[in-house]
Design a protein around this ligand. Structure first.
Ligand code: MRU
Length: 348
């Protein structure tokens, strides 16, 4: 099997001045790197999940807005900053739930404005440095999350993950998968299970693929088989990623996460959320304040099927994310350490 990990999930290509991403909608069948520099194409790549996963979206937006600004034809710093703001507002509208998107773009705008007095050339240089820094920090946070998570695990453990919080969702290592990569290298011999993650199948198409291509022992199951695995004692811990962590520890993550958490609580399986600080949003009080993205019904009724599998005109409920209540979360693993309840993330 080709190792998908040999490719960068998100990168800046200096030569072509483009944002380069793996088109994840084609995986696992085809590995295609697409090169983007047009703002509409970047927006669409985020909306259509060609690039997805909270940290990867943030990094893509940071590099993306830089490459867009590279081709802005103005030498007036005020004009440049105004255009930057317009592009930023547009990109933020692509997906509402993952805080990383606005977090990365806010960071970029701060740098843009801080260099305004020095002129457009300096603003561009600073934007490039900040975008690359956001990418490098993401890689570093993922690695540290993995080291922290690994301290919780024994050799031979059975691990379950939901959706894809892997390398394909970040700059490297993933968040929920980071300890799996580190443990694999160090001979831990984990038995990993991933669920399909209906309706967009990030578990089947992406997690199963990336972990198997790294040589790990990984078994795929349908979303509704998780309880069966846990009842048999095959799962020692659950690791998931997140799209936004509220100040009280409530977590938004891929739809179905809360179901896994509730079943884990039923069977006494520790449920860990891996959260880089870019995903922690102290400004949001609780899960009730998190905007949940709603997606087209066709993702449920016909996407992936050879023929449509639901009646024409049927009403569809298709939220992309759900909230896992903080009471169901054993610990939140960040790059800075392992947080245990009661959670109070206001000052992070
Ligand atoms: O809709 P997606 O595929 O972007 O959703 C991804 C998830 O929910 C991930 O678990 C989350 O973004 C964390 S990725 C490290």
């Amino acid at each position: 099997m080709q190792n998908i990990l040999d490719h960068d999930t998100v990168a800046f290509d200096e030569q072509s001045g483009t944002l380069d991403i793996i088109d994840q909608t084609l995986l696992p069948g085809e590995t295609k790197i697409i090169k983007l520099k047009d703002i509409k194409d970047i927006w669409e790549a985020i909306y259509l999940l060609k690039v997805r996963g909270a940290p990867a979206i943030g990094v893509a937006a940071a590099i993306g807005i830089y490459v867009v600004m590279l081709s802005e034809d103005t030498s007036d710093a005020g004009d440049f900053a105004r255009k930057f703001h317009e592009h930023k507002e547009y990109l933020v509208s692509a997906r509402p739930t993952a805080v990383n998107l606005s977090w990365a773009l806010e960071r970029m705008e701060k740098v843009c404005l801080a260099n305004k007095a020095a002129g457009v050339e300096t603003m561009l240089k600073a934007l490039k440095a900040e975008a690359l820094e956001i990418r490098a920090e993401d890689e570093d946070m993922c690695l540290k999350i993995g080291e922290n998570a690994l301290t919780l695990l024994k050799k031979g453990a059975g691990l379950l993950t939901h959706c894809n919080a892997g390398q394909l969702a970040t700059s490297k290592y993933g968040t929920a998968t980071s300890a799996m990569y580190l443990g694999h290298k160090r001979g831990y011999g984990f038995k990993i299970y991933c669920d399909e993650t209906r309706p967009l199948l990030q578990g089947a198409r992406l997690t199963a693929y990336e972990l198997a291509s790294a040589g790990m022992d990984v078994t795929l199951c349908c979303d509704n088989m998780v309880s069966s695995l846990m009842r048999q004692g095959l799962i020692d811990a659950v690791f998931v990623g997140c799209d936004r962590v509220a100040a009280n520890g409530d977590v938004a993550n891929k739809i179905g996460t809360s179901v896994v958490a509730a079943i884990a609580a039923r069977y006494g399986v520790p449920f860990y959320v891996c959260a880089p600080s870019s995903t922690i949003d102290p400004g949001t009080a609780s899960g009730d304040d998190i905007v949940i993205e709603q997606r087209p019904g066709e993702e449920v009724t016909e996407m992936w099927y050879a023929k449509r599998m639901a009646p024409e005109g049927i009403k569809v409920y298709n939220p992309a994310f759900d909230i896992t209540d903080h009471e169901l979360i054993t610990a939140i693993i960040t790059e800075k350490g392992i947080l245990r309840p009661p959670y109070d993330l206001k000052s992070l």
